[in-house]
Each structure stands twice: as C-alpha cells, then as structure tokens.
Design a protein around this ligand. Structure first.
Ligand code: ZN
Length: 357
C-alpha cells in the first residue's frame, strides 16, 4: 500500500467509526480548510461511565511529512482491532499484552486528528513534494512568487507569537514574519488560520486532555517542553508571560533567561519521552532521542508549547504536557521503509500512553 491521499485518510477515519461503533466516535472539525475541505478526528475508548483523561494526537500539519497521517490512522486501527478481539499488539520486538491494550482503552480517551492540513498535503502529493505550509493566499500581497502562499501552521499558535519582541536580538528562532518565507512564515496573527483554530477547538472539546502529541518528521527525536529556551525549575516569575524578559529569550546556556517548568512536569515529560523512545527502540533498534524542543532549535508559536502554556495563562485550564515526534530520516521515505517507521512510532506511542498517569 502506498501513502494515503487526502480522500483516503478521511475515508479511513469514517470506516473505523463505522466498523467500531461502540468504541469510536467521529468528530467533524468546525472550520473548513482554506480551500474548503472539512476535517475529521476520531475519538476511541471503551464505552465510558465517567469522564476520562485524554491523550490527543495530531498529524499532517506540515504538508510534506507524509507518513504522519498513516502513523495515526494505523495506531487507531490497531488499538480498536486488538481491543475488540481481546488480543495484544506486537510491533517487531516491542509487544503489549491484551490486558495493557484493554486497560488503555478503559482508562483513557484517545483522540486522533491525523490530517490537520489537507490542502497542503494535496499540494505536496500532486504539485510540490517539499511543500510545508498550508495554502492560504491571503498574505501573498498579490505576488506571483508561489512561495508567498501559505502559513507555517506550527508557528501560528499563540505562544510568544510576537517573536521579534520576545527573543534576544542575537537569538535564531526558526520562524519568519515574511509571507514569502517558503518554510516558517508564522502568519499575520496567532490562530489566523482555520487549521490551527480546529486544533484549539479540539482541545477545548476535551478539557481532560493531559497529554498532546504532534507527529512530525524528521530527526528521530521525541521533543518535550519547552521550545523557546532552556528549562529551569527555580524561578516561576521567569516565564513566557513576563514582559520583563522580552528581548532575552532564545539563547542557550546563558543566565539571562530560561523558561520555567515545574520540576514535577519536567520530570514527567522527560520520563514519557524516554518511554516513547524505548518503545520505538524495541521494534528494530532505531535510536530515537528524548530532548526538549529548544535542543532541536529555538521556536515560537508551536503546538506543543501552546498546549502546555494554556494552564499557565489561565489556571482554569487543565495542564497539558506537549510533545512533538520527529520520525524518520526523510520527509517521504520509500513506502517499504515508511511501513517500518509506522511500526516504530506506533510502538512508541502505545508505550507513551501506557506511561501516562
Ligand atoms: Zn513538521
């Protein structure tokens, strides 16, 4: 089976919802994409008596990272089938018992949103394989340059969106305010795009979400908070919301600024990332590494930092630890290799979910 096109990703979700009516539920996202496409998400879990904690997993944000959709569709299908048949799951050398799978679907709601950016995936699969952004022409200023179309959705969330103010002049966050940047244009304002507003809506629908995973490629890493600077657990006032530290963020190893994360959250995030990597490594030995987002490169406006920041901005919001998988070593490897990566990452995600408490 080759990579799924956008119609096939959507039909996979509806087929699963039809095949497993008691353990899955199809959600329609409220906002059509820029080109008018309606997106869906799938919630899975054993029939619930009481509200449960939720793990949310999204993919297909960056258009060229094709396998992210398949990773999430296959994981949902694997869990639903194993739960229905009362069996365990095996991914190469990483295995899970029937009790583990059954317990997972009893204890948690798992929400899969595998294709956040359908317009971009279509463009990448039919026109420009290396396309990353969505297909929003609104900020192109009438330019004929095709790079002036689109927003990098994973810079469009409301976290240090005004990076020019937030970061040190010598910092190098991977983000741009230029609409013609072919890769990392953040958009005119946070949540300017319907695709990111859909993700925010989904978070609002599941206030018991405790863990959020955004599936990307590539670099064989599992990233956790934060992405804007080094972590520190000593001074709560040194944080992204404190304007006193504007112009100081984003430099590694300095004392002028590091982003506050409570010690228990830092420990939990590191442990979960480690469990993910252990699950991956057991399949066929791929050496995925747990590290904070900042240690890949400094960023603003990403999904993982936005979801974690919500609790600090508004104490009524539940705390959500944010993660970004960077699978593989290429954006669209040959399908024979992508199949193996799907097994790697799905094993890691099951191990991750089992480690949530
Ligand atoms: Zn990406």
């Amino acid at each position: 089976m080759p990579y799924l096109n956008i119609t096939e990703v959507e039909s996979a979700l509806t087929s699963l919802a039809t095949a497993y009516p008691t353990t899955s539920h199809l959600l329609t996202l409220p906002e059509p994409s820029i080109e008018g496409r309606t997106a869906h998400a799938l919630q899975i879990g054993a029939p619930a008596g009481t509200p449960r904690a939720c793990v949310m997993m999204i993919g297909g944000v960056h258009a060229r990272e094709w396998g992210s959709c398949e990773i999430l569709v296959h994981l949902a299908a694997d869990l639903l089938e194993a739960h229905q048949n009362g069996t365990g799951l095996g991914y190469g050398g990483t295995t899970f018992t029937a009790d583990q799978v059954g317990g997972l679907l009893q204890r948690l709601d798992l929400v899969f949103f595998p294709l956040v950016n359908p317009d971009g995936r279509l463009h990448s699969q039919t026109v420009d394989p290396m396309w990353r952004k969505n297909r929003d022409p609104a900020n192109s200023g009438g330019s004929a340059d095709p790079n002036c179309v689109g927003v990098d959705l994973n810079r469009n969330y409301d976290f240090l969106f005004d990076f020019a103010t937030a970061f040190a002049p010598t910092a190098t966050p991977q983000v741009s305010a230029s609409p013609c940047d072919p890769q990392v244009y953040a958009g005119p304002s946070a949540f300017s795009e319907p695709e990111t507003r859909n993700v925010r809506w989904l978070l609002d629908q599941y206030p018991r979400t405790g863990w959020f995973v955004d599936v990307h490629s590539y670099s064989e890493d599992m990233l956790y908070n934060w992405g804007d600077d080094d972590n520190q657990s000593i001074d709560p006032t040194m944080n992204f919301g404190n304007a006193q530290y504007d112009g100081k963020r984003g430099l590694p190893g300095d004392v002028a600024y590091a982003e506050y994360i409570p010690k228990t959250d830092a420990d939990n995030a590191a442990l979960l990332a480690e469990r993910f990597c252990q699950g991956v490594g057991g399949v066929r030995g791929r050496p995925y590494k747990p590290l904070t987002g900042f240690h890949l490169y400094p960023t603003s406006g990403t999904s993982d930092d936005y979801v974690f920041s919500r609790h600090f901005v508004d104490g009524d919001q539940g705390k959500v630890l944010g993660f970004t998988v960077e699978w593989g070593t290429a954006f669209h490897p040959p399908w024979a290799e992508m199949r193996n990566i799907v097994l790697d990452v799905d094993a890691g995600l099951v191990a991750f979910c089992l480690a949530t408490t």
